[in-house]
Design a protein around this ligand. Structure first.
Ligand code: FAD
Length: 179
C-alpha cells in the first residue's frame, strides 16, 4: 500500500505556532499505518491512467510548500518530478484545506480569515456586500450537519438582505437580526 499526502510531513511534536488549545498538526501514526505500506508527503496527484476502463496508474508530481504564520499556505510543483505509479486500486481519503484562493475568491475580491476560509460576519456576508458564504468554505472542514445548518442560516441572511424581513426559521442561538 502506498499513501500520498499533499501536505508536508508534520513534526512529531506540537508545532510552536499551534500552542494549546489549538489542535496540533503533528505526525500521527495509526494502527492501520503500522500494518504496513509507505507514506509519501508533498505529493500532488495529477491524473489517473487507465486501460479499457480500469485504473492502472497514478500520475503524480512533487510539490514544495511556502508557509505563512507557521502553516503551509501555497505550493508549487517541482519541475521534472512527475512520476507514474502502477496501481490496481485507488482509495480516496481527501480532506478539505480551504476554498481555492485564486478563482472565485480572487475574482470577487473576498477576504479570507487567518485559516484561509471565507471571512464573514455573523450574517454570513463576506467582505463583499451581497455575497454570502456557508459550510466548509466559511468554517473550514467540518460535518454535513454543519453544512446544512449553515446553509439554512445563510438562506435566511440572504432573505433578510434582499427583503428586509424573513419568514425563514431562525435558530434560537442565532444572532442574525430579527425580521
Ligand atoms: C473524504 C471526506 C469524508 C467525509 N466524511 C464525512 C462524514 O462521514 N460525515 C460528515 O458529516 N461529514 C463528512 N465530510 C465532510 C462533509 O463532506 C463536508 O463538511 C460537507 O460536504 C460540506 O458541505 P458544503 O456544502 O459546505 O461544501 P461541499 O460539499 O464541498 O460543496 C461545495 C460545492 O460547491 C461547488 N463549487 C465549488 N466552487 C464552485 C464554483 N466556483 N462554482 C460553482 N460551484 C462550485 C463544489 O463543486 C461542491 O459541489 C467528509 C469530507 C471528506 C472530504
Amino acid at each position: 500500500m502506498v499513501n500520498f499526502e499533499l501536505l508536508p510531513q508534520p513534526p512529531e511534536d506540537r508545532p510552536p505556532a499551534q500552542p494549546w488549545p489549538y489542535w496540533p498538526m503533528r505526525l500521527r501514526t495509526s494502527s492501520s499505518h503500522e500494518e504496513g505500506g509507505e507514506r509519501y508527503w508533498n505529493i500532488l496527484t495529477k491524473r489517473f491512467v487507465g486501460e479499457r476502463g480500469r485504473v492502472t496508474g497514478l500520475e503524480t508530481v512533487a510539490v514544495e510548500w511556502e508557509a505563512e504564520d507557521g502553516r503551509p499556505a501555497r505550493f508549487t510543483e517541482i519541475a521534472g518530478s512527475q512520476r507514474v505509479w502502477p496501481v490496481d486500486l485507488v482509495l480516496l481519503a481527501l480532506g478539505f484545506v480551504g476554498p481555492e484562493a485564486d478563482t472565485l475568491v480572487a475574482q470577487l475580491g473576498l477576504a479570507l480569515d487567518e485559516r484561509g476560509n471565507l471571512s464573514t460576519g455573523s450574517d454570513h456576508m463576506t467582505s463583499r456586500p451581497g455575497v454570502f458564504a456557508a459550510g466548509d468554505a466559511r468554517r473550514g472542514q467540518s460535518l454535513v450537519v454543519w453544512a446544512i445548518s449553515e446553509g439554512r442560516e445563510a438562506a435566511r441572511a440572504v432573505d433578510l438582505f434582499l427583503m428586509g424581513r424573513s419568514d425563514l426559521p431562525q435558530k434560537p442561538c442565532c444572532d442574525l437580526p430579527r425580521g
